[in-house]
Design a protein around this ligand. Sequence first.
Ligand SMILES: NC(=O)c1ccc[n+]([C@@H]2O[C@H](COP(=O)([O-])OP(=O)(O)OC[C@H]3O[C@@H](n4cnc5c(N)ncnc54)[C@H](OP(=O)(O)O)[C@@H]3O)[C@@H](O)[C@H]2O)c1
Length: 277
Amino acid sequence: MILVTGATGNIGGELVTVLSESGTQVRALVRDPATATLPAGVAAVTGDLNRPETMTDALDGVGALFLLPGYDNQADLLDRAKKAGVQRIVQLSSASAALQDMDNAVSRYMTLSERAVRESELAWTFLRPRSFMSNALRWLPQLAVGDVVRVQFPDVRVGAIDPADIAAVAALALTGDDLDGRILELTGPQALRPADQIAVLATLLNRQLVAHGLTTAETKAELEATMPQHYVDAFLSFFADGTLDEETLYPTVQDVTGRAPRTFEQWAHAHAADFAH
Ligand SMILES: NC(=O)c1ccc[n+]([C@@H]2O[C@H](COP(=O)([O-])OP(=O)(O)OC[C@H]3O[C@@H](n4cnc5c(N)ncnc54)[C@H](OP(=O)(O)O)[C@@H]3O)[C@@H](O)[C@H]2O)c1
């Protein structure tokens, strides 16, 4: 049995689908079964990662665990997982774990999550994806009201990755031992600026979209409206100060899955319905 955390989210949603379609026994962790939307046939179990004591039913009979990063008491959760018989952890992480920058709130929680898994002495695989292609969905409110899209960090190229590719790699790591002990740097096939992604969406939607690059001060103000200051500082450090390289591309998805990672164009076409409003 595989337990997938974040099963209602971008990665976990793709992962429960790929696992259930391949006939693997999978259980989806949700906090509220009344509101959770899951693929047909995927069983839900309730638990809260911030409260490991709520995870007893979820962990029962589980052999491998797909784990989101950054929750409280992760060492306690891993201890409970081990006692319940879990043998393998596939830890979602990010490129920023490599920085091990404990003054950066995002790098810090990624680093601490990986460290807790190492210290658990369970078998592990760390997935370090670059920004998700699904982050483009944050432009939906702007697309609903006009053709000018205000974009943050306009000059930064990112090897953004399709969540489905992260899920494909995660599924292999969860169901065999070939990827045990591996740190997998996961990128898409191209390093694109926000304006390049907007151009793809313009073609898809047959609209004259224009990307309007925000200054760093404007980006800071936008971020401050949506997240705590320590995360604002983290993203400014990554993408305004340039402490994080998300531009370099890696062949990992091809090497691990045997097929090329999906382009942003492919991702956008697969999610065209989300943009058709
Ligand atoms: N976006 C990026 O570019 C990027 C890049 C690298 C790494 N990451 C990392 O990816 C993670 C987000 O993954 P995602 O985009 O797949 O998720 P997501 O779409 O943001 O959804 C969040 C998921 O986390 C679950 N969740 C939230 N709090 C929880 C809790 N206390 N206990 C149990 N489950 C909880 C939610 O479940 P409910 O249904 O219960 O709400 C939901 O399934 C973040 O840790 C982020 O740092 C993101």
